[in-house]
Write a protein that binds this ligand. Sequence first.
Ligand code: ADE
Length: 225
Amino acid sequence: MRIDIISAVPDLLKSPFEVSILKRAIDKNIVEVVVHNLRDYAHDNYKRIDDYQYGGGAGMVMMIEPIDECISKLKKERTYDEVIYMTPDGAQFTQKMANRLSLYKNLIILCGHYKGVDQRVRDHFITKEISIGDYVLSGGELGAAVVCDAIIRLLPEVLGDETSALTDSFQDDILAPPIYTRPAEYKGWKVPDVLLSGNFPKIREWREQQAFKQTKLRRPDLLKD
Ligand code: ADE
């Protein structure tokens, strides 16, 4: 898989890909993440990529030309499955979306900044708009990192234990059950006996019951169907 991220602040996207699981996925050539500095596509000597809004109003708007040139250059090199725009008014990002995106080969993610992009970018280049939640960040970069993390960890052979992504919270619209590790007792707080029993059918049943209980308590909306 290849993910091209277009950003006005590419430094914000450095560390998420330089450590832990995402770094390993990149080192193993399972995914290639290429961050493009939008200023490299600016036309003037000041490397301007934003301008005032037509009609007046506070906040700068990202101009269409540099974005068009960057996306068009990439599209000449390969075919993209989606051109995603990170924006607080996009569709709420979910595990289902991550699952679907993880099946694709090439993605472009455009990070909004300032007030956002010229509407014509959204109308003519963007195929999917994603929000990571109902709050406004100073740019789409952190959201793009969230989306990349959620996608990349699903790719085959990224996680050590192949089954562990399948048992994540939300994979079946159900939250994960509680988990424990050693010691079996700490300050008098005990790990549930069943987990120490070695009885795997019973352990599975306990986990299912707990997952259901957690979901009912914390996210009853997930159980609607
Ligand atoms: N850019 C600014 N806020 C955002 C959000 N909540 N999700 C995605 N991109 C954003």
